[in-house]
Ligand binder design. Structure first.
Ligand code: DGJ
Length: 707
């Protein structure tokens, strides 16, 4: 009989996972990182087995895929389950099978009454996806506290970066030296939140965009999560995460199972841009990834807020169409009694006092002008002052005691509807479907403007069930209304994750349209999502969220970082602004095939005022660079712009696109005065272009094509 090979090597697109399956217990991961060639078990053991060190278990070796104390692991356990008030310490009997890219581990513990299926797949772009499902095979109920996937990272990874933020200022990075012990970030908002970690990123030294080794974890779940990094002295550090469950939230009856959300683990030796590139390629390869050109959109929120007047909105739509808008979205304020943000959530019928003829005439006009019609909903919410709340006071996702203290747990004067209740789900779903059919809705802006706060479904913590119900409703609506697209908005970007993106077509990144803030919000959102999935609109001259005044060129250039559009009452624009917007819409349409398929890069510039974003065509035959200055530059002579990612064997014509007006101080470099220059790729990659002294709040757009 052939000797059993304990080694499994998975390799794809420059990434390898090397697993060791011991005679008993779950496999251990010995390497996650750059690609390896096949290696014999004995040599690996000789190279990596540890000496029996004093002060540790004699026999313990590597932490397993779900490490627990029995593995000699003193960090945060990978899984915690209990029965009859007692913690179960599984002793797994495991089998592994798979192919070059995938390993499926099936494990049982008959005594504990537990089984596990763990699938580890390296996707086509090198992204590792880990899925764990735990089943109760015992005869009594099983409580699940957590099931968290993790992979080892080397000790050379000295820095941990995660994100923080607030309303209108999402995705602010925070980097620290890696601490000892178990470090978690947990969120209990019932949505990822404006301060969502989004990633745990481990880097060799400070993170850099264009170079350096990175190991990143992302939990694909749109609610409560745990991100974890564990460093104990006897083992390699572990990086991972999972769903945060509250006590009693998941109790499995015999035969039931809990599927933990997918955890994505991304390694790159090309810095943060390399991580983003892998995730973007993974997303773009999905069958459901948007394949039609991302429409130039006008959203009415900052244009009219709650001041909805049919005649005025028709005029706005007509102006939008003249400008080249392709999707017109009517935001909050169209439904029964909704005159401000204190009432009516849950009553998804058109308000006859504002819209005596319904929304159909507006939608017909929008369609007649050749645009799509979009409409705002907030399906998971209910206002106390609503027909819905009056008819079904028992449909709130809150502990009834909390409903006595209105100001305590209301949030934007609204509450959460328990859509995991089948009747509540069906009520909302059928109202939305009726409006979509009646009016002819092509796009839903699906908002979610509050944290859940102690959600209670059926007497138990309700976040898990609520999140699954949201996913199910979005899927059902899309099934019933083929072609319908849905945007995930949550007071801006508070629900931006790969869980929701398995169901939605784009996110609204922030309620800030201030381009200075948006430069960074788009950049960090872009670490996860490619530009075609992230809305970025041109707002008015004075930002509604910050009061900052910026040039139109800067606002337009920043909108090009995503799926472009307008968040502005364009009926109030000057003739010059109208001309500029028309040119911009045409520019966006010309460039979007490139922008929305490109590898996104961040050229290395040292002055903290610069923001540079490169979009390199997949075959490197063309590129766009968006340059912006968010403050005055430090040096008298601005630095050179190198553009990594270009093909060093080609020549490029670099043009300054005048649709984006730029104001610069002092003398311009000759190539900027001339408007163009032709140079070899190697020169642009290694030497670069002398940048002009761009004024603060100004931007510039470079378009490179093969010469
Ligand atoms: C919050 C969103 O982020 C805004 O864009 C807008 O849709 C408002 N809600 C409407 O209430």
């Amino acid at each position: 009989m052939a000797e059993r090979n304990p080694m499994t090597l998975l390799t794809r697109d420059g990434v390898s996972l090397l697993l060791h399956s011991p005679a008993a217990g779950l496999p251990c991961v010995l390497h996650w990182g750059a690609a390896l060639t096949e290696v014999g078990a004995e040599a690996v053991s000789s190279a990596l087995d540890r000496q029996t060190a004093p002060g540790t278990l004699d026999a313990a070796w590597w932490p397993t895929l779900l490490p627990t104390e029995g593995d000699g692991w003193s960090g945060r356990p990978g899984l915690q389950v209990h029965r009859d008030g007692r913690l179960l310490n599984p002793r797994w009997d495991a089998q592994i099978e798979g192919d070059a890219h995938t390993a499926t581990i099936t494990a049982h513990d008959a005594t504990a009454g537990l089984s596990l299926v763990c699938t580890i797949e390296i996707g086509a772009s090198g992204v590792v996806r880990v899925d764990n499902t735990v089943r109760n095979t015992g005869s009594a109920s099983l409580g699940v506290d957590w099931v968290e996937a993790s992979l080892p990272v080397p000790r050379s990874a000295t820095h941990l970066t995660t994100l923080d933020g607030r309303w209108a200022r999402e995705k602010r990075p925070v980097t620290t030296a890696v601490p000892a012990g178990s470090t978690t970030r947990q969120s209990r908002r019932g949505r990822p939140g404006h301060d969502a970690p989004m990633f745990y990123l481990l880097t060799d030294g400070e993170p850099r965009w264009h170079e350096g080794r990175v190991w990143a974890a992302h939990v694909a779940w749109s609610a409560d999560v745990t991100y974890r990094y564990d460093r104990v002295s006897e083992a390699l550090p572990l990086l991972g995460g999972g769903e945060l469950l509250r006590p009693g939230e998941i109790v499995l009856a015999p035969g039931e199972e809990y599927a933990a959300p997918s955890v994505f683990l991304v390694h790159s030796d090309a810095g943060l841009d390399g991580v983003a590139d892998r995730v973007h390629r993974w997303l773009r390869a999905r069958p459901g990834h948007p394949s039609t050109p991302r429409p130039f959109t006008l959203n009415t929120w900052e244009a009219v807020y709650f001041d909805q007047r049919p005649g005025h909105l028709v005029e706005l739509a007509e102006r939008a169409a003249e400008l080249g808008v392709e999707r017109f979205v009517l935001d909050d304020g169209w439904f029964l009694g909704r005159r401000d943000d204190t009432t009516s959530l849950g009553d998804w019928t058109v308000d006859p006092t504002v819209w005596p003829d319904g929304l159909r005439p507006l939608a017909d006009r929008v369609h007649g002008l050749g645009m799509q019609f979009g409409l705002w909903f907030e399906p998971e919410m209910v206002s106390r002052d609503s027909e819905l709340a009056r008819a079904h006071p028992d449909w709130f996702l809150h502990d009834p005691r909390h409903l006595d203290h209105r100001t305590e747990l209301s949030w934007r004067t609204q509450f959460v509807l328990d859509i995991a209740l089948p009747e509540a789900y069906e009520h909302v779903r059928s109202q939305i479907s009726a409006v979509v059919d009646e009016v002819g809705v092509d796009f839903i802006k699906w908002d979610h403007n509050r944290d859940l706060v102690e959600p209670l479904h059926d007497g138990r913590p309700g976040t898990h069930a609520q999140t699954l119900a949201t996913y199910a409703m979005i899927d059902e609506l899309k099934r019933r209304h083929p072609g319908l697209e849905i945007e995930s908005c949550s007071s801006g970007g508070a629900r931006t994750d790969l869980g929701i993106m398995a169901h939605c077509d784009r996110v609204w990144a922030s309620d800030s349209n201030d381009p200075v803030e948006r430069q960074d919000i788009q950049r960090w959102t872009g670490l996860l999502l490619p530009p075609e999935l992230v809305g970025a609109h041109v707002g008015p001259t004075e930002s509604h969220s910050s009061g900052r005044t910026t040039s139109l060129g800067m606002r337009m250039a920043t909108s090009l970082l995503g799926s472009a559009g307008l968040e502005w009452n364009v009926l109030e624009c000057t003739d010059a602004e109208i001309e500029a917007i028309r040119g911009f819409a045409a520019l966006y349409k010309e460039l979007r095939p490139l922008l929305h398929s490109a590898r996104v890069t961040h050229p290395p510039l040292v002055d903290p005022a610069w923001r540079a974003t490169g979009f390199i065509a997949p075959d490197a035959s063309a590129a766009v660079v968006v340059l912006a200055a968010v403050a005055g530059l430090d040096d008298a002579r601005a630095e050179r712009l190198r553009i990594p990612g270009l093909d060093t064997a080609r020549n490029y014509r670099v043009r300054v696109r005048t649709e984006i007006e730029s104001k610069c101080g002092w003398n311009l470099p000759p190539w900027v005065s001339a408007g163009e220059v032709t140079l070899p790729g190697s020169f642009l990659v290694e030497v670069g272009l002398q940048l002009p002294t761009l004024w603060p709040m100004q931007a510039m757009l470079l378009h490179l094509t093969e010469a």
